[in-house]
Design a protein around this ligand. Sequence first.
Ligand SMILES: Cc1ncc(COP(=O)(O)O)c(C=O)c1O
Length: 413
Amino acid sequence: MKQIPMLDLRLEYQHMKSDIDTAIQKCLDHQKWILGPEVEELENTIAEYLDVKHCIGASSGTEALVLSLRALAIKLKGQEYFDKTDEIITTPFTFTATGDAILRAGATPVFVDIDPVTYNIDPDKIRKYLRSCEDEKMRRSETATSQPPDFSTFKAVGIIPVHLYGQSCNMDEIMSIAKEYNLFVLEDVAQAFGGTWNGKKLGSIGTTGAFSFFPSKNLGGFGDGGMISTNDAGLAELIRMLLKHGGKDKYNVDYIGYNARLDTLQAAILLAKFKYIGEFNERRLKIAEIYNRGFSNIDGVVLPANHSTSQPLNFSTSNYTNGHVYHQYTIRVNNGRRDELQKHLKEKGISTMVYYPVPLHKMKVFEGKCKMNGDLKESGQAVNEVLSLPIEPLQNENETKQVIDCINNYFGR
Ligand SMILES: Cc1ncc(COP(=O)(O)O)c(C=O)c1O
């Protein structure tokens, strides 16, 4: 029985072997392991690709989120960390790092529910939340004498939209809310390298963007790595200080910093792999389209919202409305059959994953430290129904067909 993994990184390495081996050999020759020339070259290459003024390499996507938030606290509040009364709005249907970063930066995460079609944070619900806060402040100020004095101190300062599975959030709406309420926007682009919204690369729209180069990401290294993108020179400078201990140089330290630099070796490997990102994202899109056709009209299976099939298969096209890069191809399985389908696929040698089985507001780490907007029903339902299928860019048509046949068989077709 042919095993079909979610990804096959060994196969990808063979595909790019000579580029990667040459890049590694170059590092072995020059021995500049800390902030060597490849780090700056990668930063410049990605800044140009995203069309942003600054990119700063970091040791992981998680650190990229924390570094962004710490720099924002310094810039916006003139203090090292946010206060607990500073609220940062995000989705509960994401990897834990998104919410953890908010806690690590001293602020309070406010979880707002997702749109059940795209699985991304629902801008209407963000708007409703912010309006309800205004109404509450108004109501309390009218009866101020009998109320505790702290009600007006909680205030939203920013939004972290997560472009889940490689698909953009509705950035027009999010940016318009941010403008109206004077909020920063930190795009979590960990899963969406190369994705677009209205022709703009994700990570170039908000105040900053945080990327992950975790090995399984669309652009992944041979270990941990991350990057921050921004057009704000002040933030870029602060982030560069924070990621190397908090000072302009080692012995004049201004802020509580980190050792969170991107390794030279990772930068070199990522530069070699970057050459393939357009080809690989297109391969993902093509597999997604084959899946879409293969699963059409299965009762009880909902396909990923696909805003891009009517668009040309060209990632550089500027009118690309929502360039989904299918970091994951995720279906929704109704009627409580998700786990059984996953078991069936496993028996047939097909790997699948549940991203994510637990929403953030149900995790102990957020207990008593977060705010929830409503019952977060859609996220609660999604965790029980989503299933991500193999989407290795180099997987061949027979393998894709095997997954399709197996799922159709399960549903008796
Ligand atoms: C949405 C999201 N945010 C943040 C991260 C954290 O990235 P890293 O694993 O590079 O720290 C990840 C990935 O793992 C992620 O999927």
